[in-house]
Design a binder for this molecule. Structure first.
Ligand SMILES: NC(=O)c1ccc[n+]([C@@H]2O[C@H](COP(=O)([O-])OP(=O)(O)OC[C@H]3O[C@@H](n4cnc5c(N)ncnc54)[C@H](O)[C@@H]3O)[C@@H](O)[C@H]2O)c1
Ligand SMILES: O=C(O)C(=O)C[C@]1(C(=O)O)C=C[C@@H](O)C=C1
Length: 365
């Protein structure tokens, strides 16, 4: 008998999960979204097979229910869903960026004969909406599961089986550990990115040239500030405790940097950056997306028509195959950056040599 998956919230993550599930399972995927437009779009992009007008209708026959709404909505949905008829043995999961409050609220589902397992795929984008959904979004990323104590192991295995098309690596954490770590590596950096943008916006009031000059480094470090304000508002509301602790230690850190600058402590400033560089360089590299990021070569290119075909024809002349080519939106108006991806280190090295000979500046990150 064909099984049914029901997804609430058909945005970037709900849509990407639907595509990954479809790749591996012969299922009927249904969905609901509060936005009629997203729901229609999900149907027309064939992300879902059937659209429901209410959550009550959708959950009734579902073997797997996935909640992919902003986290404060997901928290509220637990109680709502617990009042509806559910299929015995169904698995319910979510994809929220915070876990403590959601997992706590989900305890109301226990007596319904279903199993809730919190989930968080640790990959995403600053883009929102089902149009941005990709079946490869989670490939090689960590997918955190936060089963409550006493959760049936078979349900955890079943959930991982449902989600195997994500090609993610599953890892189990407690909800508390999840929120502490996600706070440090994702939520807090987001606050910093937004604060840097605010700083530039203020300076722009005095000197409008600042935005035009804000190029490579600033754009790299603030990309995530373009993400959905609704999603991030909710994350901050949910992870208050971790964020307040992180803010405190960051403020102390900035006080330390302030002292180093005031005292012009050259050696200590050097070692501040040196230690950070060593730690950053030593972070484990995980392949992301379908194409490994290991063999990427970045090329500075002047912003004029024909430059991409020039670069690709140099590679073709030397029979060097590309697996991917992407224009990065940095250094607007003056230079662009091409990211070329190769199958092997050897191809990348040859490409670098040939492009240098043709006067292109290239670099490897
Ligand atoms: N964007 C990321 O990088 C990322 C990564 C991992 C996890 N997450 C988590 O995934 C969840 C969804 O994020 P997203 O990036 O897909 O956002 P999104 O804005 O692309 O999609 C969210 C969807 O939920 C719908 N929605 C909102 N309230 C609803 C409700 N009450 N009922 C039904 N639908 C409702 C919206 O209309 C929208 O289509 C969030 O909890 C977020 O924390 C996001
Ligand atoms: O790549 C990005 O744009 C993201 O911000 C993705 C990111 C992250 O912080 O790594 C954002 C929030 C999610 O909960 C998981 C992933």
């Amino acid at each position: 008998m064909e099984r049914t998956v029901f997804i609430v919230g058909l945005g970037l993550i709900g849509g990407s999960i639907a595509l990954a599930i479809r790749k591996e399972h012969n299922v009927n995927i249904c969905g609901f979204d509060i936005s009629e437009e997203q729901l229609k779009m999900a149907l027309s992009l064939k992300v879902i097979d059937e659209a429901f007008q209410t959550i009550e209708e959708g959950v009734k026959k579902a073997d797997l229910i996935i909640l992919a709404t902003p986290v404060t909505k997901t928290e509220r949905l637990m109680r709502e869903i617990s009042t509806y008829e559910l299929k015995p043995g169904a698995i319910i999961t979510d994809v929220g960026s915070t876990k403590k409050r959601i997992v706590k609220e989900a305890s109301c589902l226990k007596e319904k004969g279903v199993t809730f397992i919190g989930g968080h795929p640790m990959a995403g984008s600053h883009k929102s909406g089902v149009e941005a959904a990709r079946e490869h979004l989670f490939e090689n990323a960590f997918y955190i599961l936060t089963p409550a104590e006493g959760t049936d192991v078979r349900a955890i295995i079943q959930l991982q089986n449902w989600l195997k098309g994500t090609r993610a690596t599953f890892i189990e954490l407690t909800a508390e550990q999840h929120d502490r770590l996600a706070g440090a590596i994702s939520h807090f950096p987001h606050v910093i990115a937004a604060s840097l943008v605010h700083q530039i916006a203020k300076i722009e009031g005095e000197d409008p040239l600042v935005s035009r000059l804000a190029a490579g480094g600033f754009r790299d470090i603030t990309r995530i500030a373009s993400a959905s304000p609704t999603m991030w508002r909710d994350i901050l509301l949910h992870n208050k405790e971790s964020l307040l602790q992180l803010l405190k230690s960051w403020t102390n850190e900035m006080e330390h940097v302030k002292t180093l600058i005031e005292e012009e402590s050259a050696d200590e400033i050097f070692s501040y950056f040196q230690v950070a560089k060593e730690f950053r360089d030593g972070l484990p590299v995980r392949e992301k997306g379908a194409i490994p990021s290991f063999y990427d070569l970045f090329v500075d290119v002047p912003d004029h028509p024909g430059v991409i075909s020039d670069v690709t024809s140099i590679l073709a002349q030397h029979q060097i195959s590309l697996t991917n080519i992407r224009i990065l939106e940095t250094r607007e108006d003056i230079m662009g950056v091409l990211r070329l991806s190769f199958r092997s280190e050897e191809d990348r090295e040859r490409a670098q040599i040939k492009l240098h000979q043709e006067m292109y500046d290239t670099y490897i990150l």
